[in-house]
Design a protein around this ligand. Structure first.
Ligand SMILES: Cc1cc2nc3c(=O)[nH]c(=O)nc-3n(C[C@H](O)[C@H](O)[C@H](O)COP(=O)(O)OP(=O)(O)OC[C@H]3O[C@@H](n4cnc5c(N)ncnc54)[C@H](O)[C@@H]3O)c2cc1C
Length: 448
């Protein structure tokens, strides 16, 4: 009898679970269930279709239907998993035609993801208010622009809000971003670094209001703007980018426990406390690699790694996911922004005393034409001298520096060790002294 693996959710985490399970067990009967019309497309690319860099939404399909067929993965689209019976090991599904079925599983992977959080604000249900989570959401925003929207308000200055705001400016709209907290990108950057990004965005025409809370959306049937911080702001469309929440309703209703972070509780095998049930991706709780505290990390990179872990394990293997460091990058206009590990703020919240080193450098030798700015804030734990995080803002070359520091964190590298790293240099490619090393030396001086 083949191993029956059911995966609920067929996005980053679900599809990678299925691929890993198939690699491990050629004979397993693998079923993927998604309520969306399409499986295996990139949500991360949505802002760049709206912005016009990617020609069409269909270009975001990473795994076409034929690929699932080739790998003998039984993909059920437009199908909702409505109940799980963990004692009888069944999943109840309702297909698009309304037919209900009970499917039997040996192993179950929950990859139900996250949803855009909609606060209970007066007027939030009005026409012209959008979120950006699915391809359909992206198409609706694109359609509103094509139909003549000229002004937009983005509620929330996180990564998705700002990427969407930039995309709309690139399409010719006037964009105002309203953020309740006193800084933009609060989950990614410390306030001192965020200020630099805010300035760059403002110079490109984005109006940013920080420390202002949206209290109401105005208009009759159709939205005409928002009231925020006592000010009435007008707009043709409003994008809700208040953040995402783990989609755990099905798990909760089935008695699968949640953790402290409100994601589904898992161990390093990505198993939930219920036998033969795994949870992965945006719906799952994991451990922060540095603080060892529970976290719901909600990044595509983490979703695919957790998915792979659960897929291998569900197919009879034994592998572990050892926690999220939280590496993220974005590009807003011409500026690249990246983070890995803890910020000074998140370190303080976790009770970790840190020393920081900030450098302003260039991406090429000072004298080389078109060298672009690079600002690095390196963060180290005071007691152990271990590197615990970095934030980088630059014109280019941000991602691989983020990846290098992520590896340093994973290997528990100390600041003195980083300061001695053997790095490369050529005038068109870098400074003689790698700016990460200069940042490490600044911290070393503070240690002394
Ligand atoms: C605009 C945007 C930009 C992003 N950019 C980046 C980026 O640059 N880098 C990065 O690392 N991450 C980025 N992310 C985050 C990344 O997309 C998510 O972390 C990733 O999609 C999580 O994958 P997942 O499979 O866990 O969940 P999801 O992608 O949320 O997929 C879950 C799927 O399960 C389905 N589902 C849920 N419940 C049921 C049910 N009961 N029955 C059937 N189907 C169900 C959902 O409909 C959904 O299709 C971005 C996200 C967005 C929205």
């Amino acid at each position: 009898m083949p191993n029956r693996i059911i995966i609920i959710g067929a996005s980053a985490a679900g599809v990678d679970s299925a691929l890993a399970a198939r690699k491990k067990d050629r004979a397993a009967e693998i079923t993927l269930i998604t309520q969306e019309k399409l499986a295996g497309y990139s949500r991360c690319g949505l802002p760049f279709v709206i912005g016009g860099q990617i020609p069409a939404f269909k270009n975001l399909i990473v795994y076409p239907t034929a690929y699932f067929q080739l790998l003998k993965l039984n993909l059920k689209t437009e199908t909702i998993a409505t109940a799980i019976n963990t004692r009888d090991k069944t999943v109840t599904i309702v297909e698009q035609a309304g037919t209900t079925q009970n499917l039997q599983y040996d192993k179950l992977v929950l990859a139900t993801g996250a949803y855009a959080f909609m606060p209970r604000l007066k007027g939030i249900e009005k026409q012209g208010v959008y979120s950006l989570r699915t391809m359909e959401d992206g198409e609706k925003i694109d359609c509103a622009v094509k139909e003549g929207a000229k002004t937009a308000i983005i509620m929330g200055a996180g990564l998705i809000g700002l990427e969407t705001g930039v995309a709309l400016i690139e399409r010719g709209l006037q964009v105002t971003v309203v953020e309740m907290l006193p800084q933009i990108l609060p989950a990614m950057l410390d306030a001192d670094m965020a200020k630099n990004v805010q300035l760059l965005l403002t110079e490109k025409g984005m109006r940013i209001l920080i420390g202002k809370t949206v209290v109401e959306l105005t208009g009759n049937e159709k939205v005409t703007g928002v009231v925020a911080g006592g000010e009435q702001l007008a707009a043709d469309i409003v994008v809700n980018a208040f953040g995402v929440r783990p989609n755990t309703k099905l798990a909760e209703a089935s008695g699968i426990p949640l953790g402290e972070s409100t994601g589904i509780k898992t161990n390093t095998q990505m198993e939930t406390p219920i036998k033969d049930v795994y949870a992965v991706g945006d719906c799952a709780e994991t451990t922060n690699y540095i603080t060892q505290k529970p976290v719901c990390a909600q990044l595509g990179t983490i979703a695919v790694k957790q998915g792979k872990t659960a897929g291998v394990n569900a197919a009879g293997g034994n592998t572990q996911y050892n926690g999220a460091i939280g590496s993220a990058v974005t590009k807003l206009f011409d500026t690249q922004i990246g983070v890995t590990g803890l910020t000074e703020t998140t370190a303080q919240r976790a009770g970790i005393e840190v020393i920081t080193g900030t450098v302003n450098s260039k991406t090429k030798a000072e004298y080389y034409p078109n060298a672009l700015p690079l600002k690095i804030k390196l963060i180290a734990e005071k007691a152990s001298q271990r590197i615990v995080g970095v934030q980088i803002i630059g014109g280019e070359e941000v991602t691989q520096r983020i990846n290098a520091v992520s590896l340093a964190i994973q290997k528990q590298m100390t600041v003195p060790e980083l300061a001695k790293a053997d790095t490369a240099y050529a005038p068109p490619l870098s400074e003689t002294w790698e700016p990460l090393i200069t940042a490490a030396e600044i911290i070393l001086m503070k240690f002394r």
